[in-house]
Ligand binder design. Sequence first.
Ligand code: AHG
Ligand code: MN
Ligand code: MN
Length: 334
Amino acid sequence: MTPLYTITEFLIDHLQCEHKEALAPMLADVAAACKEIAVAIEAGALNGNMGSLDSENVQGEVQKALDMITHDIFIATNQRSGYVAAMASEEVAEIIEVPLNYRQNGDYLLVFDPLDGSSNVNVNISVGTIFSILKSASKQPTLADFLQAGTAQVCAGYALYGTSTMLVFTTGKGVNGFTLDAKVGEFYLTHPNMQITPDTQEFSINMSNYRFWQEPVQRYVDECLLGADGIRGEDFNMRWVASMVAEVHRILVRGGIFMYPLDMKQPTKAGKLRLMYEANPMSLIVEQAGGAASTGLQRILDIQPSGLHQRVPVIMGSRNEVERLIGYHKINAD
Ligand code: AHG
Ligand code: MN
Ligand code: MN
């Protein structure tokens, strides 16, 4: 039986990493922010926060009221530890400086997607928060300090606001999941050392984009759809929640492959998902759980970012399926 550590006990007694002194209080703040976000989301229509704003974010997406509410909660709560020098969010174009009086030990950068899958909030389906922590080379960070490859992340995680609220994170020594007991407002370690099964018969992709994909992805999905009648010799199942956090969490629990590949729907964009606050943190978690994460042509964590909001094709999950699809990309390139 799993010992029922609270997240505080875990952070004090069991967190393994060289950045523990900073990460323990930072992760305590992340947990506090996620609890507050869970309350805001759970209220649903009761406090009038559903629906869209008149504004667009830097990617030209219409912002929901909860996109900005969760963005504000994440900033206000995570500047308290004293360890965060600056932040960056999906919802604003520029980096966000932490006020000087809040950053006595400000050696870290926090990058986040405050509300992932926000098209789901109005229809009462799971959403999440994704975060990534980097070490800053400077106490006065600029954009250049943020543009580090995913391998440089010292911590990455997500909160899933689903049938229960969970916080899952890695500090580079495996992946642990905590479930919120909403009655007492405390996270407990319920999913220690999460592992992704190397094989799967379940794939996740937005099938409506099929005609815009490149040939390797079409081939992979065609073979899954042929199931027992095709080369794979077994039937596949499909899921699409339209929230990356929910898809990746499902993959951590029961295996699977998640794809948001390059497509020609919007030829100027290199995929839909953003490298620094979606693909990189989720890739670190997936790799730490024994899975794989690639663009099809390159390991995601090795990409040198050129911009805070750059997009990237994403293929991640059960290792043997990801490697099969990487193989199809190689054949295509030859
Ligand atoms: P966000 O709500 O932060 O913009 O992210 C939504 C992302 C991701 O979570 C999900 O996998 C994907 O967009 C859904 O895309 P479709 O609208 O194509 O289903
Ligand atoms: Mn997102
Ligand atoms: Mn978002």
